[in-house]
Write a protein that binds this ligand. Structure first.
Ligand code: 5GP
Length: 193
């Protein structure tokens, strides 16, 4: 069960960014958030273990599987999905608060989440970040050094499947050269504000 969001007339824009892991999305989203500090950022909830350096409440809200499943039953998620064997979800309360105050929001979610949000909000502006090649993606995931061999293979398999769905997005940004990709994404976002 997912919660209905956006109850008032005056609504902010929803910017959705998806990418296979290793495409540089986190770096791109951080740059966009620095460029547009007035855009609200939805910190997702997840049941996966924090990576080194990740902080609870900043990178994710890290919660238990029991807690996550309870919130599914209570209809607390605007969208949720299982990605790479873990739960990820967006708080409906947070989205509602931002949207009702007319604030624009940036969501960093996967393809499944994008589909759930755009089903309720077809006006959402969606971006898919592509790595230049699958080889580069593999290299980036491997050099990150945070995942086991099995997890790396699962992420690459998922990446292929996600990239096959990029046509569902309004914009595709290829992250070949980081500065150029940041500029492209920022220009596109600015054009909607
Ligand atoms: P990671 O574990 O590498 O941080 O994220 C794995 C994937 O989960 C990424 O594709 C990311 O976009 C996605 N993700 C993160 N938060 C959410 C969320 O709240 N909902 C959904 N559907 N996907 C999410």
């Amino acid at each position: 069960m997912v919660s209905k969001i956006g109850t008032k007339d005056k609504k902010g824009a929803l910017f959705i960014v998806s990418a296979p892991s290793g495409a540089g999305k986190t770096t791109l989203c951080k740059a966009v958030r620095n460029r547009f500090p007035d855009i609200g950022y939805s910190v997702s909830h997840t049941t996966r273990e924090p990576r080194e350096g990740e902080k609870d409440g900043i990178d994710y809200h890290f919660i238990t599987t029991d807690d996550f499943e309870k919130k599914i039953r209570q209809g607390k998620w605007a969208e949720w999905a299982r990605v790479h064997g873990n739960y990820y979800g967006t708080s409906a309360d947070f989205l509602n608060r931002c949207m009702d105050s007319g604030q624009d929001i940036l969501l960093d979610i996967d393809v499944q989440g994008m589909r759930q949000i755009t089903a309720g909000f077809p006006d959402s502006i969606t971006f898919f970040i592509m790595p230049p090649t699958l080889e580069v993606l593999r290299e980036r995931i491997e050099t990150r050094g945070t995942d086991t061999k099995e997890v790396i293979e699962r992420r690459i398999k998922n990446a292929r499947a996600e990239m096959d769905l990029r046509h569902l997005y309004r914009h595709v940004v290829v992250n070949n050269q980081l500065d150029a990709a940041i500029a492209e994404l920022a220009t596109l976002i600015a054009s909607y504000r």
